[in-house]
Design a protein around this ligand. Structure first.
Ligand SMILES: Nc1nc2c(ncn2[C@@H]2O[C@H](COP(=O)(O)OP(=O)(O)OP(=O)(O)O)[C@@H](O)[C@H]2O)c(=O)[nH]1
Length: 318
């Protein structure tokens, strides 16, 4: 699909993958490598977080954040409007002065990338100006067993892909990597399958033979996965919060699939990230890189946001 000849339209790459699969990390690395030239970047977040724009903007020719809902459903109108604005801008530039001929759309982890591609192809104006060149879907091998076993959307995303990139290949043994390769190949035999570690290509040679996972039938009755954004009082200190978060993820990491945000500490703002029960060592950010501090986004199902808020409020009373 990506090898199609240039027909004068803007080329759009859709980058999808389940919550926390490594989309921003991968894209940051690819932009740094220059893989997408001077592309315009659109990022659609399941919930607005205070850092993603900062993480990507250093390497992008232009960055638009779409935080008003998932671009395959509630945020579709915002996506169409943002893409039309880019097309309009380009149409007004002389052909030899166009700064950007590519767009990369990082979808929310809750989006069906095929639905987004369809929405673009069915919009007369967008179809005239934009060609969807590739659907890339990232799959987190560390959490693939749990996700593919329980989240129908994670399978739908894989089935939509032209190219599947298995991320976090550094974090699992070869036997599991081989099993995930076999499983995604069964779900989508037509896709190219690659692997990466934080954006860097990881060669999938010499893997042991493996059978695909036996995936259960989906009932389609699971509660929807929803985001909650919570402002943390400056009175809560980092040590107390991190103990609280570890306990929460230990008990509820299956339901809370993603935690992301920035926590202010005396040393500076810490970027905090967790995917299910695996918590990334916090990364110190330059203060000027962060617009809103002490704001954490929790994404999951089967929890009451009010319980989270009151539990965090209790941390100031200890
Ligand atoms: N070990 C390891 N960790 C990774 C790799 N890629 C990403 N991560 C970590 O996985 C977590 C999620 O990465 P992101 O790039 O934020 O994932 P995302 O898909 O953009 O997340 P959402 O936008 O919330 O869906 C972060 O803590 C990353 O540091 C990888 O190849 N190896």
């Amino acid at each position: 699909m990506s090898a199609a000849p240039n027909d004068g339209r803007l080329r759009l790459t859709i980058l999808g993958g389940y919550l926390g699969s490594g989309k921003t990390t991968w894209l940051r690395h690819k932009l740094f490598e220059g893989a997408f030239g001077s592309a315009q970047i659109l990022v659609n977040e399941a919930a607005e977080t205070p850092v993603d724009d900062t993480l990507l903007s250093a390497q992008a020719a232009g960055l638009t954040m779409l935080s008003g809902g998932c671009a395959c459903c509630t945020g579709k109108a915002d996506l169409v409007a943002a893409l039309r604005a880019l097309c309009d801008l380009r149409s007004r530039q002389p052909a030899d002065q166009r700064s950007s001929e590519q767009i990369v759309l990082e979808t929310s982890g809750l989006a069906d990338p095929a639905a987004i591609a369809t929405a673009i192809r069915e919009d007369g104006i967008l179809a005239h100006h934009i060609r969807v060149v590739e659907l890339i879907v990232l799959v987190d091998v560390l959490h693939a067993t749990e996700q593919l076993g329980a989240e129908e959307l994670s399978r739908i995303q894989i089935e939509a892909a032209d190219r599947i990139i298995l991320t976090k290949a550094d974090a699992v043994p070869d036997t599991l990597l081989a099993k995930v390769v076999a499983t995604v190949a069964r779900l989508n035999p037509a896709a190219v399958i690659e692997a990466a570690v934080k954006g860097q290509k990881f060669v999938l040679d010499n893997l042991p033979a493996a059978d695909p996972m036996a995936l259960p039938q989906m009932s389609g009755n699971s509660a929807p996965v929803t985001p909650t954004r919570i402002d943390i009082s400056p009175e809560v200190d980092w040590a107390t919060f991190s103990v609280w978060l570890s306990a929460l993820l230990h008990a509820r990491g299956h339901d809370l699939v993603r935690v992301k945000g920035v926590f202010e500490t005396p040393a500076g703002p810490l970027l905090l990230q967790a995917v299910r029960k695996s918590v990334q060592p916090p990364e110190l950010l330059p203060p000027e890189a962060v617009q809103r501090q002490n704001q954490i986004v929790f994404i999951g199902r089967g929890y009451d946001p009010a319980d989270l808020t009151s539990s965090i409020a209790n941390l100031t009373h200890e």
